[in-house]
Design a protein. Sequence first.
Length: 242
Amino acid sequence: MTSSPHRHALVLFSGGQDSATCLAWALDRYERVETIGFDYGQRHAVELRCRGTFLDKLRAAFPAWSARLGQDHLLDLGLLGQVSDTALTAERAIAFETNRLPNTFVPGRNLIFFTFAAAIAYRRGTSVLVGGMCETDYSGYPDCRDDTLKALQVTLGLGLDQRLVIETPLMWLDKAQTWRLAQALGGHTLVDLVRRDTHTCYLGDRTHWHDWGWGCGECPACVLRSRGHARFAAGANSGAGP
């Protein structure tokens, strides 16, 4: 557990693989951990239903973490979905725009998420915000970049007149390394929970089962998760360390 003066953390927990791994990471480090999720009209809203299931099973499987896992906050950000004409918030085919970003990019999403999370953290006496953003295996979203989040950390700290830390433990990890991190934190039990009880597919498909979990198998989120799990499994079978 961390010896830092920052002892309480609020994890942006969507119900997907990355944020679930970050939640375990935070529970391994901080004395008190709360979670926050956002309903913004996303097509893959099934992940919101997975959140409660995952939290319940995590508590049951890891009693030491359960003792540190506090309140879950779910905020209605439907307005974000209303102003976002994207393939994540409307029935549109996934494609690349003229700016070379996929149309799954929801403009300002992480900026808004962290701003609301900071407001909750301020009220709860929490100084650490944890997010699963990454710019290694990712779709190029500018609000996932390390520079963006470092700048946001400074802005939020100034705006609230208190020291805030934004932690992104997956920032420089690829998806195979993310699976390995879950294994290092919670062994096979946590890896299996992530496989079975999180949801990452952009299309919200929870009818097709794969070695890596549920999903359509074809959207960008599924492809990244599938490839990462294949590399992770190959390393485990060869006896390679995490």
